[in-house]
Design a protein around this ligand. Structure first.
Ligand code: XIL
Length: 372
């Protein structure tokens, strides 16, 4: 025993400089989830190919870098509940299993949303039918994944830009109480799951006001809400760091946690100064709207790296208020921003390039940890 220990000590003493370096910072140990382990979960949205383990490179990267996942499309109403009496759980089940097998925090996205809704829902016009459909949808899904899905985007994008409530089919039929109803049903189905309100442009003051009112209304009615998800479909300049910070503080002051739920930073021109992430909007492609079809110029690459550096610096500063920072995709090639709001462009919004290699933005984020 003593001899073995001595041999071990001697072997340490005999370490070459290289070996010591290896122990301190082996290349494979560099990862987002490790770097921010004391701050927040670092997540990625994953698509059906990845969930089905058909994209082995993406899966490898996911396991190395991330400790939280979001289903990019496979738990949305049109996919998981395509007809009133039929649910399609195959991919969602595999998603939950993937999270469990890899010990990852799993988000359920999303229970109530006006987009990617099953067709039959858009024609509902009476209260009784809407109540039955909503109850069946939320209870069936949340109960099935009880203990497996850690947090739900219970309601997604219920607000207009001016902070009023969007005239979705849920609102038209049930009025504003559909939101409280959805949160209540989710809490009854799994009392341990974290329940979130999720939206884009939640840094814009008017819309932020609406989100604050929404959270307060639920709280005043004694309804459980644990967090606000700021989607984070942002640009190189907008929103300003000040508005991001003001928003983190405004939500956190309500006693709920903040998550950055769908982070990506577009480097492409914005058609007609469109703001936000309304997925129903689409525009024609043309060359001037797709300036980097082959490669991203260095100057823009550096701007992107600086922007990621600055926003992560802010996230780390407020890590006591932030539960999770999730990127909307794994690499530039599979980002939805190649097809939204204009189809067929080449965008570069994430930390990994089309070959899964880390970009300058990745290094700029990790450098924060050594800076601190
Ligand atoms: C996007 C997906 O990434 C696309 O694949 C799909 O075609 C449209 O929806 N806000 C959300 C996400 O809450 O669900 C959206 O995801 C992006 C905007």
């Amino acid at each position: 025993m003593v001899v073995t220990f001595l041999v071990f000590l001697l072997s340490l003493g005999g370490c070459t400089e290289n070996k010591t370096d290896d122990i301190k910072k082996p290349e494979q140990a560099r990862s987002l989830k490790r770097a921010f382990a004391d701050d927040f979960y670092v997540g990625a949205a994953i698509n059906a190919r990845l969930i089905s383990e058909e994209d082995s490179l993406a899966l490898q990267l996911l396991r190395k870098e991330f400790n939280s996942i979001s289903p990019e499309n496979d738990m949305k109403w049109e996919n998981i509940h395509p007809a009133p009496d039929s649910f399609y759980f195959d991919i969602a089940d595999r998603y939950a299993a993937l999270a469990e097998d890899n010990n990852m925090f799993a988000l359920g996205h999303t229970l109530v949303w006006h987009s990617q809704l099953a067709d039959y829902m858009n024609t509902v016009s009476d209260t009784a039918t809407m109540n039955v459909y909503l109850e069946n949808h939320i209870s069936t899904i949340v109960q099935r994944y009880k203990g497996k899905i850690d947090a739900w985007d219970v309601v997604n994008e219920a607000l207009n830009e001016d902070g009023t409530l969007r005239e979705s089919v849920f609102f038209k039929v049930l009025g504003e109480k559909y939101i409280a109803k959805a949160f209540k049903l989710a809490a009854q189905s799994d009392s341990d799951a974290k329940l979130l309100y999720n939206d884009y442009n939640l840094c814009v003051p008017e819309k932020r006001g609406g989100a604050v009112r929404l959270v307060k209304t639920l709280q005043n009615e004694g309804i459980k809400i644990d967090g606000v998800g700021m989607q984070g479909h942002w640009g190189l300049k907008e929103p300003s760091l000040a508005e991001i910070e003001n928003s983190i503080l405004a939500y956190s002051d309500l006693g709920v946690k903040v998550s950055i739920t769908e982070l990506d930073i577009t480097v492409l021109p914005n058609p007609w100064d469109l703001e936000g992430a309304e997925v129903g909007q689409n525009f024609e492609n043309e060359d001037r709207m797709n300036p980097y079809p082959d490669v991203l110029p260095d100057s823009v690459q550096l701007q992107l790296a600086q922007r990621y550096h600055d926003i992560f610096q802010l996230f780390v500063k407020h890590s006591d208020k932030i539960d999770r920072v999730t990127f909307w995709g794994i690499n530039d090639g599979n980002s939805w921003l190649n097809n939204w709001p204009i189809r067929g462009r080449t965008n570069y919004p994430l930390l990994f390039d089309r070959k899964f290699h880390p970009k300058e933005a990745y290094d700029s984020i990790l450098s924060l940890i050594s800076e601190n």
